[in-house]
Design a protein around this ligand. Structure first.
Ligand code: MN
Length: 501
């Protein structure tokens, strides 16, 4: 929407996790760990240490008991480059490292689902992926990610593939998958998720639902599968084909009627028996906590085939306190959905940003500076309309605990801006407080009763400065200097930085 957040149109399509690792290394954002690391807690701890200290992605090449297997911890959380925390996400999507996160959001919003989709093309396998003689999930390294988890997590960031019974929609989705035994696994899903919706359709027809779980796929597939940028009934594969201007390459699965990303490192195929459930969890999750009694009955997958390339590279996410991959790739997808909804409703909204640091419970809505020109009522009424529209039209609003509404001189992706706005623009006592609205959250912020009844509170902070404050001028680079001065100084300072390197 604004010049500040423009991104170039060209894309560099990284077609495998191997190409992605090379690209991370080019940006000095990959650290290789050749010392032996155990699947029991050590791998999870290593990845988590890197997230929490903004370190380069950790490439573990020596997994105890699994010669040949490598693990990437930190596929697409924040990068180690303090000026470009969204570098990994940008790179994964084929955009320049320094793309502003709101420019990534705007490019995702610009996709036209009538004209921009390109279906994938089926190619022969070129990665050397071979079918295993026996179906044994213990042949695939599955880490115990956090102390207290209910099991080993075979998948945290791979792509789960499912198709509707009529074959009209193939969804790619990231979900947690726990190993149960040599041939069974659990799949965590809920009915507001695309995978959950497709499961409901299979339940309707009463037939087993086939799945394919592709681990170590091309990075754009991971980033897009982990969010909601492709809405329901839009295939992520076709979205990405359009995104890159060329069809994605896929190969046939061995035992199920699915195509999988052509460079997938490991593929696990099988079917879900509609009525079967098994205990799953607990697991340290994206709100940043492990809730010890959060053990539920989840869907069970029966594995019919496992295939792998000779030296597979897998990725893992020991979910928890932000920021890890769950927060970046999930929240940018949610930002797409929320923004599209409010823009489509004709409200003077520029962006909705769900900051990764807020662990899915906090959203920032920016309204255009001239919102009063198109809005016929006051700020409080606008805030009420924004809130009601999100609750009515976006099921994902159920996860939020608070929303901040501000004018768009605030960059919602910059926490200094967000904190400044909360402190200086939200008059105490002006919050809109809803005590009873739809809620769905894994967060211990809500009581067990609220989490069971799916009802709970929401607070909305009114950051649209009123009265005398509207005549104040933010004392910022953006607000107080003429465009010509800003352009000259930006060019001069940035050129000097490059020269100094
Ligand atoms: Mn989807």
């Amino acid at each position: 929407m604004t010049d500040r957040y423009e991104a170039p149109g060209e894309r560099r399509h990284l077609k495998s996790i191997n190409e992605y690792l090379d690209a991370l290394a080019e940006h000095d954002d990959l650290a290789r760990v050749d010392a032996p690391v155990d699947l029991n807690l050590e791998l999870g701890a290593g990845a988590r240490y890197a997230f929490e200290n903004n370190l380069p992605a950790q490439y573990f090449t020596n997994i105890t008991g699994f010669p040949g297997y490598r693990f990437l911890g930190g596929l697409a959380p924040y990068s180690s480059d303090a000026r470009h925390r969204w570098g990994r996400v940008a790179l994964a999507l084929g955009l320049p490292w320094n793309t502003h996160p709101l420019a990534i959001l705007d490019r995702l919003l610009a996709v036209d689902f009538d004209t921009d989709l390109i279906a994938p093309v089926v190619v022969p396998d070129r990665s050397g992926r071979k079918l295993h003689d026996t179906v044994d999930l213990y042949d695939i390294p599955s880490p115990m990610l956090h102390e207290g988890d209910g099991g080993d997590y075979l998948n945290t960031i791979g792509t789960m593939i499912a198709t509707t019974p009529d074959g009209s929609w193939t969804n790619w989705h990231v979900c947690r998958v726990m190993r149960v035994d040599a041939q069974r696994l659990t799949i965590w899903t809920r009915d507001f998720q695309h995978f959950g919706m497709i499961y409901e359709m299979w339940k309707e027809v009463g037939k087993p639902m086939e799945f394919a779980l592709a681990l170590g796929v091309e990075p754009a597939a991971t980033v897009l599968s982990g969010g909601r940028a492709a809405p329901e009934h839009v295939d992520e594969a076709a979205f990405l084909g359009g995104w890159f201007g060329e069809p994605l390459e896929v190969t046939r699965a061995f035992t199920v009627d699915h195509n999988v990303p052509a460079t997938a490192q490991v593929v696990i195929e099988g079917h879900i028996n509609i009525e079967e459930r098994a205990p799953e969890g607990p697991m340290g999750e994206y709100p940043g906590y492990l809730i010890p009694d959060a053990i539920d009955l989840e869907l069970v997958g029966h594995v019919t085939a496992i295939s792998s390339v000779p030296e597979p590279i897998l990725a893992t996410v020991p979910a928890g306190k932000p920021v890890d991959d769950d927060h970046t790739i999930n929240h940018i997808g949610q930002s797409v959905v929320h923004t599209r909804t409010l823009r489509d409703a004709g409200l003077p909204v520029e962006h909705v940003w769900v900051p990764p640091e807020g662990a899915n419970q906090f959203a920032v809505v920016t309204v255009t500076k001239d919102w009063q020109a198109s809005w016929n009522s006051d700020a409080q009424a606008l805030i009420r309309r924004i809130t009601d529209t999100l609750i009515e039209r976006v099921p994902l609003t159920m996860a939020l605990a608070r929303i901040l509404v501000v004018e768009n001189d605030i960059d919602p992706t910059d926490l200094r801006d967000v904190m400044w706005a909360l402190a200086s623009r939200v008059r105490p006592g002006s919050d809109l407080v809803l005590t009873d609205r739809p809620l769905a959250s894994l967060s211990p912020l809500f009581s067990p009763y609220e989490r069971e009844t799916f009802r709970g509170p929401l607070v909305v902070h009114n950051g649209l400065i009123a009265g005398a404050a509207t005549r104040s001028v933010p004392s910022t680079f953006q607000a107080v200097y003429p465009e010509a001065v800003k352009a000259k100084i930006e060019t001069l300072v940035e050129a000097n930085l490059v020269g100094a390197k």
